[in-house]
Design a protein around this ligand. Structure first.
Ligand code: PLP
Length: 669
């Protein structure tokens, strides 16, 4: 679906569909899967630009290209992380809406009350926004470390919201949680390791009060995918069933069983297959029922994280997708737990989920610019006087291929097939002549410029064939060797970003994110390419792209136009990427902004978070920027003294050094 341009008045005629023939913005949206994974937040406008609908289908939209242009006007240089806080809020609404519908549909006699796992995105403005937007549902937070606990304790001021305390805990962590209960907070200390119960008992008796207590169970249910090892006997966290029973007895002896309120499990992130979740829910439901029977008051069942994202829009159980929707997920949680409770006559627990990825992925978009593209030139070098025979042969071959393209050859009844055969033949010739040229060069019969001409002619032939193949009717049988030519022509697009900083999971765990140009979608992309980043690391690249349940190594891209930017968006990266990103090659955080739709149309820039400066990343490595400058100042004084450096050049050098320290670590446009 092509969305209306936010800038055009209602009723205005849409822009003409597509600049190049038989290709429209809708084709672009389909090619990059925007209409599958982007729904309902991202779509394409008639002019081929990405349109953002931050409130989903509830109205209001922004032209992403316009937005980037206007942010650049505010000196917010690329790469730029744009956070749409309305999307974050919309995700919260959808999550709660899905559980509310499921609870109504299955007549579940309990509630849903979620928490946000802070580790997913600890940025202050993000956590504050979630707490603020989540207030009406008493939405809480989950912390996995002391620092995250500090964030959660200070930001979560709603006495009815849950503060789930996971992760390893020492005595201070536990005492903090007990005392925070007296501030009116609701911390639930989840026992993840068998020995934690002793620390809880000791801290409680010392302080004369206990925290709310939860138990994390190790489930035996099978799991799959990247985080499959989060369950089973050897999982890092959780209590085995014998340990659960021992813990219950210890709590009973210590008089703390009345504080045991919650059962928790977490079977890993990005659950691809809903069947895995169903097994886990059944098992956890039975354990919950047993705990009630053992005399614990309980009341909460926390199903952990794992609610997945359909990164490629294929709706399959493959790594970059899920075979279920948010509503399917909520239905399964509610229905399965209801089934476990009913026969035992147990009061249905308040259902808690710790959905991080599902809440935080959509709201942030990383936009980076392309600095240039490597690849093979299409230009055919002009013939030189008395050109070597090998080169003339290559030239003739190229001319022949172009002639086929111009339709000069007669096409018989089996026309397409004849054309394909001629192309194959010409390509075989070109390869043979190129080999001859290389041999001649090795033996000293061809000069370096002549070899360059041979290579250029070969690539030009390759390109001519690729173009010719594009023009053939769909369904024409094309030999594999010719099919592979467009990939051989693929170029490297140099992106102004560090993959290690902005999309570390693409490198660390082969995560796929939708990546696409944010403009020119109404133009047929004529090239194939992948991205290389700024780091001096050959792993610093994006060379795996979504492809409906599969992965493709090359992305359809446009040729660069001189003097015109080519902007690429990396979508669905709001979860985990920022904090996992590192300082490889000392590329720091990028500029970031928080955008909100404004009441009367347009938008507001709520927060600007400037990216790290070079001085900041140097300091992170214990360097002192002033000292570095001072050393260079001394070195230039010496060079001036030797007469190697003019005073005016010394001044220019120092000015560049100072300016660099104050700027972000990325390239200036
Ligand atoms: C990481 C984590 C989560 C969040 O998982 P998502 O898949 O992002 O929803 C929730 N709970 C625990 C215990 C975790 O470790």
């Amino acid at each position: 679906m092509v969305l209306a341009d936010p800038s055009s008045p209602p009723g205005a005629p849409a822009a003409p569909a597509g600049r190049s023939d038989a290709w429209s913005a809708a084709d672009g949206a389909a090619l990059y899967g925007l209409d599958r994974w982007g729904e309902p937040y991202f779509g394409v406008g008639a002019r081929g630009q990405v349109i953002v609908q931050p409130r989903g289908d509830r109205g209001g939209s922004l032209d992403l290209v316009e937005l980037v242009r206007e942010l650049q006007g505010r000196d917010l240089t690329l790469p730029l992380l744009i956070r749409f806080d309305d999307i974050l809020e919309d995700r919260l609404e959808r999550l709660h809406g899905a559980f509310e519908r499921a609870i109504a549909q299955y007549g579940y006699n309990g509630r849903y009350q979620g928490v946000f796992p802070v580790k997913c995105n600890q940025q202050r403005h993000v956590v504050e926004q979630l707490v603020e937007s989540g207030r009406r549902w008493h939405f809480g937070l989950e912390a996995g470390s002391k620092a995250e606990l500090l964030i959660a304790l200070s930001l979560l001021d709603d006495p009815d919201a849950l503060l789930i305390c996971n992760g390893y805990k020492d005595r201070r962590y536990i005492e903090t949680a007990i005392l925070a209960r007296r501030l009116g907070r609701q911390p639930v200390v989840v026992i993840e390791q068998a020995d934690e119960v002793e620390r809880i008992i000791a801290a409680s008796s010392a302080l004369g009060g206990a925290p709310f207590i939860g138990i994390r169970a190790k489930l035996s249910a099978r799991s799959t995918g990247r985080w499959g090892s989060s369950v089973g006997e050897r999982a890092k966290f959780g209590l085995s069933i014998p340990d659960v029973l021992t813990t219950v007895e210890r709590l009973r002896e210590a008089g703390l069983l009345d504080d045991l309120r919650l059962l928790h499990f977490h079977i890993g992130s990005q659950i691809n297959d809903i069947a895995v979740l169903k097994d886990a829910l059944q098992e956890a439901g039975q354990i919950y029922a047993e705990l009630t029977r053992l005399g614990a008051p309980m009341g909460f069942l926390d199903v952990g994280g794992g609610l997945g994202i359909d990164y490629d829009g294929s709706r399959t159980a493959t790594a970059a997708s899920t075979n279920y929707s948010l509503q399917n997920y909520a239905n399964d949680v509610v229905a399965t737990i209801r089934e476990c409770c009913e026969p035992h006559d147990i009061r249905p627990p308040t259902l808690v989920s710790e959905s991080g990825r599902a809440l935080a992925s959509h709201f942030s978009v990383l936009v980076f610019d392309v600095l240039g593209a490597g690849g093979h030139s299409e230009t055919v070098p002009p013939p030189a006087e008395g050109e070597a025979l090998i080169l003339r042969n290559l030239r003739d071959t190229h001319a022949l291929i172009t002639a086929i393209a111009a339709g000069d050859l007669e096409v018989d009844a089996a026309g397409e097939r004849a054309v394909v055969e001629r192309l194959q033949e010409a390509w075989n010739d070109a390869l043979k002549f190129k080999e001859d040229a290389l041999t001649a060069f090795r033996l000293g019969y061809l000069s370096l410029p002549e070899r360059a001409t041979a290579e250029r002619l070969t690539w030009a032939s390759c390109q001519a064939i690729a173009r010719q193949l594009e023009g053939l009717p769909a369904g024409t049988v094309i030999p594999q060797e010719l099919q592979a030519l467009p990939a051989a022509l693929a170029g490297t697009y140099y992106g102004n970003l560090s993959v290690f900083r902005s999309a570390p999971d693409t490198w660390a765990i082969d995560q796929l994110f939708p990546v696409l140009p944010i403009h020119r979608l109404d133009e047929r992309p004529t090239r194939l390419g992948s991205f290389a980043d700024l780091t001096c690391d050959s792993d610093g690249k994006i060379a795996r792209f979504i492809d409906r349940g599969q992965v493709k190594p090359l992305l359809e891209l446009h040729g660069l136009r001189p003097g015109e930017p080519y902007w690429i968006g990396l979508f669905l990266g709001g979860a985990y990427q920022e904090v996992m990103g590192n300082l490889h090659n000392l590329f720091g955080s990028t500029n970031a902004v928080h955008i909100r739709l404004a009441a009367g149309g347009g938008y507001r820039v709520d927060h600007v978070v400037r990216g790290n400066t070079n001085a900041e990343v140097l300091e992170a490595m214990e360097h002192d920027p002033d000292l570095l400058l001072e050393r260079l100042r001394l070195a230039s004084e010496q060079a001036i003294g030797r007469g190697d450096l003019a005073i005016s050049d010394a001044r220019r050098l120092m000015a560049h050094l100072k300016a660099s320290l104050e700027q972000t670590t990325y390239l200036e446009a």
